[in-house]
Design a binder for this molecule. Structure first.
Ligand SMILES: C[S@@+](CC[C@H](N)C(=O)[O-])C[C@H]1O[C@@H](n2cnc3c(N)ncnc32)[C@H](O)[C@@H]1O
Length: 251
C-alpha cells in the first residue's frame, strides 16, 4: 500500500470514530486509490450539489466552494482558475457560478503527457520548464475539458504560460479565484496578479498548501505565500481540512 493508501486508511478510522461520536452518517465512495469521505450532518444548511460531487472529487473542497458561492451571493465579478489540468475543480467552479465568465489558465497539454501517471503526480519545482519542452501545440486538451464543463460558453481558455497568458486580462476583476499550480513561481505570480484584482468580499482558494508529500510541493506553496504576503499582504487566511490542504484567502 502506497503513502496515499495508508494515509487514507488512517484518516478513515479517525473519521469513523468522529462520526460515531457526533452521530453523523459516514459514506465512503470508492474512486480508485483516492476514496472520498463525506459527513452528512451539516449539509442541511443549504442544498448541496452532491450529484456533481459524486462524479468524483474532494468533498470538503467542493462543498466549501458551494458555501462560499452562497456568501458571495450576487456581488459582481469574474471567476478564474490558474492550474486547470483536466478540469476537475474548473467544473465545480463553472457549476457554482453558471452566469459568470470563468477564466482558465493552463498549458492545457495533458494529452501530450502520460495521463495515467502524471495525473496523480504533484508538479515538480521546475514544472513549467519541464513541460515547456515536452508539450505539443497539436495536442490541445481544451476541447476535452470543455465537454466536462456545465457552461463552457462562459469559459475563456488562456492556453500557455501564466502570467504571459493573462496579459489580455489586466483590467478584469474577480470575485473568486482558484490557484492550484504547484510551482513557486506560478503561485507567487498568481497571487501577485489575482490578489490585486480580487474584489472586496472575494475569495481565493490556494490549493496544495497543507499537503505533506514526498516532493515538498506544499513547502514551495507556503514559501510563495510568505513572500507574497511580504510584498502584497498580509492576507486574511482560513485553512481547510480538505484532501490537499487548501488555504482560503478572503478579501
Ligand atoms: C495540480 S494541477 C491542477 C489540478 C486541477 N485544478 C484539478 O482540479 O485537477 C496543476 C496545473 O498547473 C498548471 N501550471 C503550472 N504552472 C503553470 C504556468 N506557469 N502556466 C500555466 N499552467 C501552469 C499545469 O499545467 C497543471 O495542469
Amino acid at each position: 500500500m502506497g503513502l496515499r493508501g495508508s494515509l487514507f486508511w488512517n484518516t478513515l478510522r479517525l473519521h469513523q470514530w468522529m462520526a460515531r461520536r457526533l452521530n453523523l452518517r459516514l459514506l465512503t465512495i470508492p474512486r480508485g486509490e483516492f476514496t472520498c469521505i463525506r459527513t452528512m450532518g451539516y449539509d442541511n444548511v443549504s442544498k448541496p450539489a452532491l450529484g456533481l460531487y459524486e462524479k468524483g472529487g474532494d468533498y470538503c473542497r467542493h462543498r466549501a466552494l458551494e458555501l462560499v458561492r452562497e456568501e458571495i451571493g450576487d456581488r459582481p465579478g469574474n471567476v478564474a482558475e490558474l492550474g486547470v489540468y483536466k478540469g476537475e475543480s474548473a467544473r465545480t467552479i463553472n457549476y457554482c457560478f453558471p452566469d459568470r465568465k470563468l477564466f482558465l489558465y493552463d498549458i492545457f497539454d495533458f494529452l501530450a503527457r502520460d495521463p495515467d501517471t502524471l495525473g496523480n503526480e504533484p508538479p515538480t519545482e521546475n514544472y513549467a520548464e519541464v513541460y515547456q519542452n515536452n508539450s505539443s501545440p497539436s495536442l490541445d486538451s481544451t476541447e476535452i475539458i470543455k465537454k466536462g464543463l456545465p457552461h463552457p460558453e462562459n469559459c475563456v481558455f488562456r492556453r500557455g504560460y501564466f502570467p504571459e497568458t493573462a496579459a489580455p486580462d489586466v483590467d478584469e476583476k474577480f470575485i473568486f479565484v482558484s490557484i492550484d499550480a504547484g510551482s513557486y513561481d506560478t503561485i507567487y505570480k498568481g497571487l501577485e496578479f489575482f490578489y490585486s484584482r480580487l474584489l472586496e468580499g472575494g475569495y481565493l482558494f490556494l490549493g496544495i498548501y497543507n499537503f505533506a508529500c514526498e516532493n515538498d510541493v506544499d513547502r514551495r506553496c507556503k514559501q510563495a505565500l510568505i513572500d507574497a504576503e511580504k510584498a502584497f499582504g498580509p492576507f486574511k487566511k482560513v485553512p481547510l481540512p480538505d484532501w490537499r490542504g487548501t488555504l482560503v484567502i478572503v478579501k
